[in-house]
Write a protein that binds this ligand. Structure first.
Ligand code: MN
Length: 412
């Protein structure tokens, strides 16, 4: 059966179905999968048909799994995940959900947490066994911390602001008016779990009363509130809206003064470091955001039809978070192995260090995503750059193409 026969076969089969089925297919065409989604695979006929149960909603989210491009091959690991399929831990004051190596084994270098705090909602005083890099997705949040000299840090952040707290630096976060905040946090190990941070209320609650009284020079009777705290700590709880920031900054710094460390960074105010016809990239790493020594970031905008060009990262795995739009990415895992997946807002992608990939905007709006690396520097290598900066005869003999074939506009 050649390709034309296969198409005819598919059409005959389709026309042979009952009119009720046709109506259903038409009604569902926006979401249905199989109908309306082109089979990019080698076999468009009998071999690609699916006669058993299918979860059509999941299939429509990731058509490249059901109908991979014929260039996909081999036994490649899953590199797609999504906060939208993660369990939400909902408490009074907000919620959180996470994707770490337990659910997403390929992600060994970075774990992600997505959190919502209501106005007044507090993520309690705590610290982590991993460094925390954060991004305000929407709304407003107040961060508090102390640096390693005990000096106070308090800052109000808004959408597109970043923060970074090194391992062990104690901090808290509170949602501000009018509607709290939504944030993304990533941690510099895939094994991180937000259920296993050191929470102030949890530790106090599990310290003998006489020791805690001695530690603070307090009477044991004055500690009743501590031992009424919930087993396991408060984690997230509803609080009152905080004081004006100037007041909190002044009172918190009354004894040791204010920290001189900028734990925050305004990505929104930054100009793109790279610009092509279809792609704009902002790059934030320890060169511009000195405290962020273990996470490097790029914020990428790709216009409809555009491509984050074929490239790789020589130094670290890439953890992606999709903020807006639709994308397709193929990761080449070497030894003839390649796999393609589709991404939408809220999804997570992962590319192991040195593996070639591209990210294509497959939607009708701007595609916006974050690239995050466990590194102090952002680094990538462009396939086109390599070709354009190699001996022409070598390129022609090796690949059968002229070195001049990629023109400037191809670097989109
Ligand atoms: Mn990349």
């Amino acid at each position: 059966m050649d390709a034309r026969d296969q198409l005819a076969y598919g059409r005959r089969k389709f026309l042979g179905t009952s009119s009720a089925a046709l109506v259903t297919a038409a009604t569902l065409s926006k979401h249905a999968w199989g109908q309306g989604i082109p089979n990019r695979g080698a076999d468009n006929g009998r071999s690609a048909s699916s006669a058993g149960p299918e979860n059509h909603l999941l299939g429509s989210v990731n058509p490249s799994n059901f109908s991979p491009p014929p260039t996909d091959h081999g036994d490649a690991p899953n590199f797609w995940s999504s906060f939208s399929t993660a369990h939400r831990r909902i408490l009074e004051g907000g919620w959180s959900r996470q994707v770490n190596a337990e659910d997403f084994p390929i992600a060994r270098e970075i774990a992600g947490v997505n959190m919502r705090l209501t106005a007044g909602g507090i993520r309690e005083l705590h610290w982590n066994g991993a460094a925390e890099w954060g991004f305000v997705l929407s709304g407003n949040a107040r961060l508090t911390a102390i640096d390693l000299d005990g000096k106070s840090y308090i800052k109000d952040l808004t959408a597109n602001d970043l923060w970074y707290f090194p391992t062990g630096v104690p901090h808290s976060m509170q949602g501000l008016g009018p509607d709290g905040c939504a944030v993304l946090m990533v941690f510099d190990t895939g094994a991180f779990s937000d259920a296993n941070t050191t929470q102030m209320s949890d530790w106090l609650r599990h310290t003998p009363r006489d020791v805690l009284a001695k530690n603070w020079g307090a009477s044991q009777a004055a500690l009743d509130a501590v031992y009424a705290l919930p087993e396991g700590g408060r984690y997230i709880f509803q609080g009152a809206s905080p004081n004006p920031i100037e007041q909190d900054q002044r009172t918190a710094a009354a004894s040791k003064g204010r920290s001189s460390i900028a734990f925050h960074f305004s990505l929104g105010a930054m100009a793109p470091a790279r610009k092509t016809a279809s792609t704009e990239m902002k790059i934030v790493d320890a060169r511009t955001f000195p405290v962020s020594t273990s996470i490097a970031a790029a914020h990428v905008v790709v216009k409809p039809g555009g491509l984050r060009e074929m490239h790789w990262h020589p130094h670290a795995d890439e953890w992606q978070y999709y903020l807006q739009g639709k994308a397709r990415m193929t990761v080449f895992f070497n030894a003839g192995t390649a796999r393609t997946a589709d991404f939408a807002a809220g999804d997570i992608g992962y590319v192991p260090k040195t593996y070639g990939h591209y990210v294509e905007n497959t939607g009708s709006t701007d595609l916006i995503f974050l690239e995050l690396f466990r590194a102090d520097r952002f680094q990538d290598v462009s396939l086109t750059d390599w070709i354009e900066n190699s001996p022409p005869d070598l390129v022609r003999q090796n690949l059968g193409i002229s070195r001049e074939m990629p023109d400037a506009t191809s670097k989109k």
